[in-house]
Design a protein around this ligand. Structure first.
Ligand code: AMP
Length: 472
C-alpha cells in the first residue's frame, strides 16, 4: 500500500502561488494570473483556495488553469488571502482528489496547503499515522504535511511552532504556501531544493514558485525565501522565522536547465543567463565545424543562442513548435509515433537543407524525442546533424520534484556516449560537463543538487524507493 503512495509522488511537478491582500486587490483573479504564468510547472490539475473571514472557499479540478476557472468561479472565490497550485503527475495518481490546494477542517479552524516538492519519508509517516487511526482523503504526501501541522497545532502555542515541529519530521523537498484563517505562510525546506520567492504588490505580499508569476501580477520582487525559513504574512506585515539548517543548500540545478521559465530569477540568478552561459560553455567544450546552430524549442533555444554567439556560427530557426500541443496531447499509438513528434515539431526546410546543423537541446532523458528530431532534420535535407546538450547525461531519477523516469529508462544510465550517438542518429554528440554547468547560474546565492547526474542524493533515499524506481 505504501508503495502506491511513493509512486504517486515520484513523478510530480508543481507550482505554487499565494497572496495576502492589504489593498483592494481581487486575490482570486491575481492567483489565477499567477497560476497561468506557472502553467509550465504543471498541466494536469490546478486549484485556488481563498480565506473569506475565516472560512476557506476553494475550487480545484483536472485540466489547465483557463479550463478550470472562469469569471463566475473566480467571482465566487471572494476573500483577502489566497493560495493556488498547478500540478503534473505521470503516474496513476491523476485523480481529482489529489489536486491541490488541500483543504482541511480541524479543531482550530480551517487550513489549506499547496506543495511543490516530494517527501521521501511520506509513506513511513503516513503508515504511523494510519496505525493511530488517522484517515486520509488522498494519496499525496502534501496531506501528510497538513495533518502533521494540524496535529502539532493543537498542542503548540502557535502555527510557527507547529510548522517547526513538522519540519523536523518530514524529509524531502518542499516549497509550501499555507493558508490559515488569518495568515499566509511560506515555507522552504532546509536544503532549499525547490524555489520560492517573495514579492510586493502595493502593500500586499505575494509568494510564488518563480519570479515570472510576480511579474505577471505586477508585483515587485523582494527576495527569495531562504532554505529552512518560514515567512508569516498577516495584517501586520511579514515576519521571518529561520529554522535550524545543518547542511549546505541544495537548490535543484534542473530548474535552470529545463524546468523554470527563462524570464525567472531563482535565488538571485537569471534562468536565461544560466542557459545562455551553458550554451557558451558547451561551444567551448564541444566545438564543431558547421553552417548553422539551431535550438530545440522551447528550452533549448537560449543555449543554442549562447552556442552560436560563442562559436561565431550563425544562429537560425530550424525547428518550429506547435504551441497548441501540450502534455495533454493524445499520443498516437506506436505505429503513429512519428506523426506525434511531427505534429509537435517540424523542420524549416529552407533553413536546414544542405547544411551542417548543430542542434542544441537542454537535456536528453529517454532519447526517443531527440532521435525523432534528428530524423526530421535529416529528412529536411540536413547534411550533418551535430547534437549538443547543455547539461550532463542524466543517469539517475529525481525524487525531489522533477519528472524523470526510472534508471532503466534513462538512456544515459544504460548506454555509452557512442551508443547514444548511434541510437539518435547524430553525426556527433557532446554534453556539457557538470563542472561547466555549475558555473552557469551566475550570481546564485546557494549551492546545487546535481544528483540526477551522479546519484549522490542530498539525503538518504529509502532503499525500496530506489529499488522500485530502478525497476529491479
Ligand atoms: P528525449 O529525447 O525523449 O529524452 O527528450 C528530450 C526532451 O525532453 C528535451 O527536449 C528536454 O527539454 C525534455 N525534458 C527534459 N526533462 C523533462 C521533463 N522532466 N519533462 C518533460 N520533458 C523533459
Amino acid at each position: 500500500m505504501y508503495n502506491d503512495i511513493r509512486l504517486d509522488k515520484l513523478n510530480e511537478e508543481c507550482g505554487v502561488f499565494g497572496i495576502f491582500n492589504n489593498d483592494r486587490h481581487d486575490v482570486a483573479h491575481l492567483t489565477y494570473y499567477g497560476l497561468y504564468s506557472l502553467q509550465h510547472r504543471g498541466q494536469e490539475s490546478a486549484g485556488i483556495a481563498v480565506n473569506d473571514k475565516g472560512t476557506i472557499l476553494y475550487h480545484k479540478d483536472m485540466g489547465l488553469v483557463p479550463e478550470i476557472f472562469n469569471k463566475v468561479v473566480l467571482e465566487h472565490l471572494r476573500g483577502n488571502i489566497a493560495i493556488g497550485h498547478v500540478r503534473y503527475s505521470t503516474t496513476g495518481a491523476s485523480l481529482r482528489e489529489n489536486a491541490q490546494p488541500m483543504v482541511i477542517k480541524y479543531r482550530n479552524g480551517q487550513m489549506a496547503l499547496a506543495h511543490n516538492g516530494n517527501l521521501v519519508n511520506a509513506a513511513e509517516l503516513r503508515g504511523k499515522m494510519e496505525e493511530t487511526g488517522t484517515v486520509f482523503q488522498s494519496t499525496i504526501d502534501s496531506e501528510v504535511i497538513l495533518n502533521l501541522i494540524s496535529r502539532y497545532r493543537i498542542s503548540s502555542g502557535s502555527t510557527v511552532e507547529a510548522i517547526t515541529k513538522t519540519m523536523k519530521d518530514i524529509k524531502g523537498s518542499y516549497a509550501l504556501v499555507l493558508l490559515t484563517s488569518s495568515k499566509l505562510i511560506g515555507i522552504r525546506d532546509p536544503l532549499g531544493i525547490r524555489p520560492l520567492c517573495i514579492g510586493l504588490l502595493d502593500n500586499s505580499f505575494v509568494l510564488a514558485s518563480e519570479t515570472c508569476a510576480l511579474d505577471a501580477v505586477g508585483a515587485e520582487y523582494i527576495r527569495d525565501v531562504n532554505p529552512g525559513e518560514i515567512v508569516v504574512i498577516d495584517e501586520d506585515g511579514l515576519k521571518s522565522y529561520q529554522t535550524e539548517v545543518k547542511e549546505k543548500s541544495q537548490v535543484c540545478i534542473f530548474e535552470f536547465v529545463y524546468f523554470a521559465r527563462p524570464d525567472s530569477f531563482i535565488d538571485g540568478a537569471s534562468v536565461h543567463t544560466a542557459r545562455m552561459e551553458a550554451g557558451r560553455l558547451l561551444s567551448r567544450e564541444h566545438p564543431v565545424d558547421a553552417d548553422i546552430v539551431i535550438g530545440v524549442p522551447d528550452s533549448g533555444l537560449t543555449a543554442a543562442l549562447g552556442y552560436s554567439l560563442e562559436s561565431g556560427i550563425p544562429y537560425g530557426q530550424g525547428l518550429i513548435k506547435n504551441r497548441y500541443v501540450g502534455r495533454t496531447f493524445i499520443q498516437p499509438d506506436q505505429s503513429q509515433r512519428e506523426t506525434g513528434v511531427r505534429i509537435k515539431l517540424n523542420a524549416i526546410k529552407s533553413e536546414i537543407e544542405g547544411k551542417r546543423v548543430i542542434m542544441v537541446d537542454d537535456s536528453i532523458v529517454r532519447g526517443t524525442t531527440t532521435k525523432r528530431i534528428v530524423q526530421i532534420l535529416k529528412n529536411a535535407g540536413a547534411k550533418e546533424v551535430h547534437m549538443r546538450v547543455s547539461s550532463p547525461p542524466i543517469k539517475y531519477p529525481c525524487y525531489f520534484g522533477i519528472d524523470t523516469p526510472s534508471r532503466k529508462q534513462l538512456v544515459a544510465s544504460t548506454h555509452s556516449l557512442e551508443d547514444i550517438r548511434q541510437m539518435i542518429g547524430a553525426d556527433s554528440l557532446g554534453y556539457l560537463s557538470l563542472e561547466g554547468l555549475l558555473k552557469t547560474p551566475v550570481g546564485a546565492k546557494h549551492s546545487f543538487c546535481t544528483a540526477c547526474f551522479h546519484g549522490q542524493y542530498p539525503m538518504e533515499v529509502p532503499f525500496e524507493m530506489d529499488k522500485f524506481s530502478c525497476g529491479c
